[in-house]
Ligand binder design. Structure first.
Ligand SMILES: *Cc1c(COP(=O)(O)O)cnc(C)c1O
Length: 449
């Protein structure tokens, strides 16, 4: 391949921009990698570091994955029945919880959890602003008030040291998110919850198999919620799950998700409690059962590749990989996040950095936008329900915004950059391409600014 052969001219080009010295000092000298960076930046018309695509997602195998789905189709039993129950049993075992309730998706897993734990009108729920919108939507949809706790920029997770200052007499629960599949600091969070008698619902919708001290996330709180949407590391199109150890709470969750019909300790006839319908279908469960067989191996690969990628990029000026909390024995890596400091790149904006990286053949995106600052909040405050529940003063959006400022998160939202989990399913050499593309942009930063 032309890409892997080094010409004298290319070598001199790279030497002249100082990369030989730089690479040597960063501990990864290699002619192969220098060569990949020798050409002009791809965004300026040069040869990209990489033209090959990364692994596609979702992954399935015709020979092993179709049988169960077909058997569901051919059985004519498509609504919730024994395949969903089998999945629930397997998933509870996998995560290490007593019970699992499959739901239509992760958003509804969260809604079922909030409802089952009695969180609603007038309650305040502590939540990070650095998450997917669903985490906050479900609080508002339950009639409760989201209270934002600033982010720890090093880990991208809710900053546990900023939780207590947000607790009021109305605080009912903490809703930590294991964002990107990196565990939040559940030890500190649970200590605070215990001290103040708060419920904990974990949004583990990106964190299948992630662990702290060999205990899986989702099992630390009163309930844990998961998503199986197509982009997620354990996908089935649309799907979700609630896990928990308390039999009566899980019975109530089950009943609620099935129109309030009796279920085990929820005794009675007909429709016992108020319910809705959040049932998973049989073919969704069939896909999950086959997908689950790959999850351990894929998770190991993502962890290995992430560690290697970190070792390759951590010393590049202006590139700050995420940190994991002490005690993290495994992360899920739904995405691999890092911070980009434009000061070290001649002021090159993150938007231009990402475009340059994409041009080099490395897909990379800019992470989340600050959820404590968007108009959906005002829309909720203007709703009939909110106006009935809360006094006018509480729905003053300017006052609310002032009380919910998260300056560390604001900065993180400007600096974050992420690689999708599917990139981490490649080889070590794929990780080298990612690192080389970043290095190449760093070395040529003056040509873009
Ligand atoms: C995906 C996701 C959800 C919602 O899950 P869906 O299955 O898409 O409804 C909630 N929270 C987080 C953090 C997520 O990533």
């Amino acid at each position: 391949m032309r890409k892997n052969r080094i010409t004298r001219r290319q070598f001199l080009t790279s030497a002249s921009i100082g990369s030989v010295a730089a690479v040597a000092s960063w501990g990864h000298p290699s002619f192969g990698t220098i060569n990949k960076r020798a050409s002009a930046l791809a965004i300026l018309g040069g040869q990209p570091v990489r033209t090959k695509s990364f692994p596609a997602w979702p992954i399935w195998d015709k020979t092993t994955d179709e049988e169960l789905v077909l058997s569901v189709l051919r059985s004519g039993i498509w609504s919730r029945a024994k395949v969903v129950s089998e999945f629930e049993k397997k998933y509870a075992e996998l995560i290490g919880a007593k019970r699992c309730l499959a739901t239509t998706n992760g958003t509804n897993a969260l809604l079922v959890s909030l409802h089952t734990l009695g969180i609603g009108a007038g309650d305040e729920v502590l939540v990070p602003p650095y998450t997917f919108i669903a985490t906050v939507d479900v609080i508002l949809l339950s009639g409760a008030m989201p209270v934002f706790v600033d982010t720890d920029p090093e880990t991208f997770q809710v900053n546990p040291d900023k939780i207590e200052e947000k607790i009021t007499e109305n605080t009912k629960a903490i809703l930590p998110v294991h964002i990107y599949g990196l565990p939040a600091n559940m030890y500190k969070i649970n200590d605070i919850a215990k001290k103040h008698n708060l419920l904990v619902i974990e949004d583990a919708c990106q964190a299948w198999l992630a662990e702290l001290r060999n205990k899986k996330v989702g099992t630390f709180g009163d309930l844990g919620c998961f998503s199986f949407q197509t982009s997620k590391n354990l996908p089935c199109g649309e799907g979700g799950a609630v896990i928990g150890d308390d039999e009566e709470i899980m019975d109530r969750a089950y009943s609620y998700h099935n129109f309030g019909r009796p279920y085990r300790s929820v005794k009675g006839r007909g429709y016992v409690i108020l319910g809705t319908k959040q049932r998973m279908a049989e073919y969704q469960a069939a896909i999950l059962i086959t997908q689950m067989k790959r999850l351990e191996e894929q998770t190991d690969r993502r962890n290995e590749n992430s560690n290697y990628l970190t070792s390759r990029i951590k010393d590049i000026p202006g590139i700050i990989p995420h940190k994991l909390y002490e005690g993290v024995t495994r992360a899920a890596y739904h995405l691999y996040p890092f911070r980009y400091k434009k000061e070290n790149f001649n002021g090159l904006s993150r938007r231009k950095f990402l475009s340059a990286l994409n041009a080099e053949g490395i897909p990379c995106s800019g992470g989340y936008t600050p959820l404590n600052k968007m108009s959906y909040l005002e829309d909720a405050f203007n709703s009939k329900n909110f106006k009935k529940i809360y006094p006018k003063d509480k729905l003053n959006i300017d006052k609310y915004s002032a009380q919910n400022q998260c300056p560390d998160n604001d900065q993180l939202c400007e600096e974050a950059a992420c690689f999708s989990q599917r990139l981490l399913l490649g080889t070590k050499s794929d990780m080298d391409d990612i690192a080389d593309a970043i290095l190449k942009i760093y070395e040529n930063r003056d040509k873009l600014t």
